[in-house]
Design a protein around this ligand. Sequence first.
Ligand code: MG
Length: 211
Amino acid sequence: MPSVDRMDPRALEVARACKGFLDEEEGMRLHDLARECAPIGPIVEIGSYCGKSSVYVGAGTKAGGGTLLCVDHHRGNEEQQPGELYHDPDLFDPEQGAMDSLRIIRRTLRDAGLEDTALLLVSSSTAAARLVTVPLGMVFIDGGHSFEAAQTDYERWAGKVAHGGILAIHDLFPNPDEGGQAPITIYRQAIASELFDELPTTKTLGVLRRR
Ligand code: MG
C-alpha cells in the first residue's frame, strides 16, 4: 500500500468508498501529479463516472491551489450499458431509459469537500474540447475504451497539455489477454509524437510529461 498520509483524510475515505475502477496506488499517483501540475494550469479529467478518480485528482488539485474540470456525459461508456460487462443497474434510470452517474458524482464531490475545486462539465469529450482552449496543467484520459473513443480523446486533448504538464492515461495493458488495447494504443502514439517524455508507470496508469 502506498503512503496515503499526504492526502486529505476525509477525501481519501470518500475515494475508497466510491464505486469505480481505480487502484489506490494509481489514485495516489494521480493525486501527487495533480498537486504538482495545478500551478501550471487547470487539470482536466476525461471520464469521471461516479467520481472515484475525481476525488484523488481533486484532492491533489486542491492542495496545489488549482481547479479540476471533470468531463463526462454521465451516460456510461460502451462497456457500462445494459447487458454489457461493467453495467451497474444502480446507475440505470428507468424513467430516462439511460445510465445516469451525475447524481452520484455530485454527492461524491460534496462528501469529499471538493465542490469548489472539482467542477462538473456534463458533456461529450469532443464538445468539451471545443470550449477548453487554455494550456492545461494535466490531462487524465480515462473515458471510453473503444478505439474510436480513445483516439478522439487523444486527438482532442493531448495537444492542450502545457509544456511541463502531464498527460496521464489509464488502463494500459501491454498484454492483450489482460485488457483492451485502445488506451495503450494512444499512449504509444503520444510517445511516437516525440512531444512527451515517458515517466514511470504506476500499475496500469501511464504518465507522460510534455516537453
Ligand atoms: Mg479506467
